[in-house]
Design a protein around this ligand. Structure first.
Ligand code: PGA
Length: 250
């Protein structure tokens, strides 16, 4: 495990009714083990306010699952980073489900990361390859291009404030996780890429793994030198499994 403070992020996606989201947040806050990991949960937009009330005074931070790249205006259905900043410390940007379902390009994801930073939030910028890309031997080049687009869109002095989540698409929600060695290989390539832009920032940027992470496999990722945390979908929807993952982060 690296010296960087681990980050365990729960991505609740479009799940949970309001009462269930509030209950889950409360039980996570109540059961949080003493440890060094930063913990964040990312509920659906309408539940941010009720969940924030439950988390007040706890060590559990709040994150959004997306933000607009625009500050305000005629963008029906979008939510700006400045609107979220009062509630959220983090915003996931570029999740593969949004890249797929909302046609989000690398450039748009970069602008969203920049919008989150400008509003004072920490973007958790997601990158990751499809199975076709991996099978063709192009996973690292693919992910490097996604990282380059993020780095190109943010100010040089903000690189140290981002979080990158490596989430191979074929591992998300499939029960088929990447091996720790494969995930570490990509995480190490991401860090090297960041180092080309800013060697000091590369030492501090946290790189997460995501894709069927669970209580049984969490430690195997967290034990690698370049993976500093986990972005957890399915296993973040149950208090016990999420808290076991947090405990694995020490
Ligand atoms: P999963 O989702 O843990 O259910 O695979 C991870 C994610 O999409 O962030």
């Amino acid at each position: 495990m690296s010296a960087r403070v681990p980050l365990i992020a729960g991505n609740w996606k479009m799940n949970l009714e309001e009462w269930a989201a509030v209950e889950l947040a409360g039980s996570i806050a109540d059961g949080l083990p003493n440890g060094r990991a930063d913990v964040v949960v990312c509920p659906p937009f309408p539940w941010l306010t009720p969940v924030s009330a439950v988390l007040e005074g706890s060590r559990v931070a709040l994150g959004a699952q997306d933000c607009s790249d625009e500050p305000s205006g005629a963008y029906t259905g979008q939510v700006s980073a400045t609107m979220l900043n009062g509630l959220c410390r983090f915003a996931i940007v570029g999740h593969s489900e949004r890249r797929r379902d909302c046609c989000e390009s690398d450039e748009l994801v970069g602008r969203k990361a920049n919008a989150a930073l400008s509003a004072g939030m920490t973007p958790i910028a997601c990158v990751g390859e499809s199975l076709d890309v991996r099978d063709a031997g192009n996973a690292i080049a693919w992910v490097e291009a996604q990282v380059d687009a993020i780095l190109a869109a943010i100010p040089g002095d903000a690189i140290g404030r981002i979080v990158i989540a490596y989430e191979p698409i074929w591992a998300i929600g499939t029960g088929r996780s990447a091996s720790p060695d494969d995930a570490e290989e990509v995480a190490s390539a991401i860090r090297a890429r960041i180092a080309e832009a800013d060697p000091a920032a590369a030492e501090t940027v946290r790189i997460l793994y995501g894709g069927s992470a669970n209580a049984a496999n969490a430690a195997s990722y967290l034990d690698t030198p370049n993976i500093d945390g986990l972005l957890v979908g399915g296993a973040s929807l149950k208090t016990d499994s999420f808290l076991e993952i947090v405990a694995a982060a020490g």
